[in-house]
Design a protein around this ligand. Structure first.
Ligand code: NAD
Ligand code: MG
Length: 397
């Protein structure tokens, strides 16, 4: 008997996670059929992907880019249908002819399509952590209501997920706390007094992972880990205090579960995102991912350090936001997206990212009893962006 192939929609197909997902899918043509791809503006990259994968649909969130892609695909004799605008992402995420959605868009821009996939009961492979940080309880409620299968792709959360039994009803009883590992990024040992001079290219040169520019900057500030603390709180239904962070520079242990009896479960491997992606694609089975085997004999040491507040102040905002009024995590995420973009554009200093984030979180009060619908969270996101933009302008050199 032949098993029907899983029909995949890869949102954010031209990015680092999107490309790695296609790499894994290409190893298993018998299991996966790529039916939809999306990208923001990069027409050349998307054209190449469409010609290689021949999806039924290709969406460009930018209208002009969509028109350009449509014309070039037609010229090449392709039958791929080109869709345009943010609404196209929502349509594809919920499409009846899509089984699994890889959410690999960067930023809160991915929230509407994630919500659509959740409500439509898809197998939802979540790399887009910002969507869960903004959506929080509403996101998890949509997963529940839609009957979606939510599979974490972030390597730390995939590690935790791999350490837990399939029956999520048993998780609360088992988990004492979890430990998210962090590499510490490129500035783990740099004198904190010199952090203000860091350039975007220095910040994007991560020692262990090659990633998109936004997450690379987040790794350098450890805001990435702050977002992951918030992500873990929702994925595994934990209190903020049940999520701990330890620096592990080798990135071999991807995270750990400390059980009630103090037994510790860890997931290990070479740092390669194709492992969590392959697990998300094949769960509960396992498939070949293309990653290198872990060579224990070449590992010199696995070491651990506490993250210092003076070097990584942003990390600690995670617990402030989680313990703050509902919506605070959406405010923090929005401020950080604005600040990172301004830093990458050379408008503010590396250390200003934290200044903008902390000030926005501090000043913008989420109204007590405000409803946590996605619409009101997105309104709050817009308000926080405008607040953070004013802060950036005040800091612009
Ligand atoms: P990337 O910058 O390489 O790719 C982002 C993708 O999103 C691109 O395809 C781009 O076209 C699309 N995109 C960007 N802005 C958009 C918008 N406004 N609307 C629609 N599409 C848009 O990023 P990445 O490194 O692949 O990361 C993607 C997500 O996965 C992020 O949320 C990141 O935090 C998460 N993640 C990445 C890694 C990694 O190793 N790269 C690891 C864990 C989690
Ligand atoms: Mg991660």
């Amino acid at each position: 008997m032949t098993i029907p192939r899983q029909r995949l929609a890869i949102l954010g197909a031209t990015g680092s996670i999107g490309t790695s997902t296609l790499d894994v899918a290409a190893r298993h043509p018998d299991r996966y059929e790529v039916v939809a791809l999306s990208a923001h503006q990069r027409v050349d990259d998307m054209l190449a992907l469409c010609l290689r994968w021949q999806p039924r649909w290709a969406a460009m969130s930018d209208e002009a880019a969509a028109a350009d892609l449509r014309q070039r695909l037609r010229g090449a004799g392709s039958r791929t249908e080109v869709l345009a605008g943010p609404a196209a992402l929502v349509e594809l995420a919920a499409h009846p002819e899509v089984d699994a959605v890889m959410a690999a868009i960067v930023g809160a821009a991915g929230l509407p399509s994630c919500m659509a996939a959740a409500r439509a009961g898809k197998r939802l492979l979540l790399a887009n952590k910002e969507a869960l940080v903004v959506g929080g309880a509403s996101f998890m409620a949509a997963v529940q209501a839609g009957g979606a299968t939510l599979l974490p792709i972030d390597s730390e959360h995939s590690a935790i997920f791999q350490c837990l039994p399939e029956d999520r009803r048993t998780w609360g009883q088992r988990i004492h706390h979890i430990v998210l590992t962090a590499s510490g990024g490129p500035f783990r040992q740099r004198d904190p007094a010199t952090l203000h001079d860091i350039t975007p290219d220095q910040a994007c040169a991560h020692p262990n992972w090659v990633m998109g520019r936004k997450i690379s900057v987040d790794s350098a500030t450890m805001m990435n880990k702050a977002l992951e603390v918030i992500e873990a709180r929702w994925l595994f239904d934990l209190t903020p205090e049940q999520v701990q962070v330890v620096i592990h520079p080798q990135s071999i242990i991807h995270s750990m579960v400390v059980c009630r009896d103090q037994s510790v479960l860890a997931q290990l491997g070479t740092p390669d995102m194709r492992v969590p992606i392959a697990y998300g694609l094949s769960f509960p089975e396992r498939i070949e991912s293309g990653a290198q085997a872990l060579d224990f004999l070449s590992l010199k040491a696995l070491t651990f350090e506490a993250p210092e507040r003076s070097r990584f102040p942003g990390l600690f905002l995670a617990w402030d936001a989680l313990n703050g009024p509902a919506g605070s995590t959406a405010v923090l995420n929005a401020a950080n997206e604005v600040a990172v973009e301004a830093f990458l554009a050379g408008r503010i200093r590396f250390t200003d990212i934290h200044t903008v984030n902390a000030a926005t979180l501090d000043t913008l009060r989420v109204p007590q009893g405000a409803d946590a619908s996605v619409e009101s969270l997105l309104a709050l996101d817009a308000q926080a962006r405008s607040h953070a933009t004013t802060r950036v302008q005040a800091l612009t050199r």
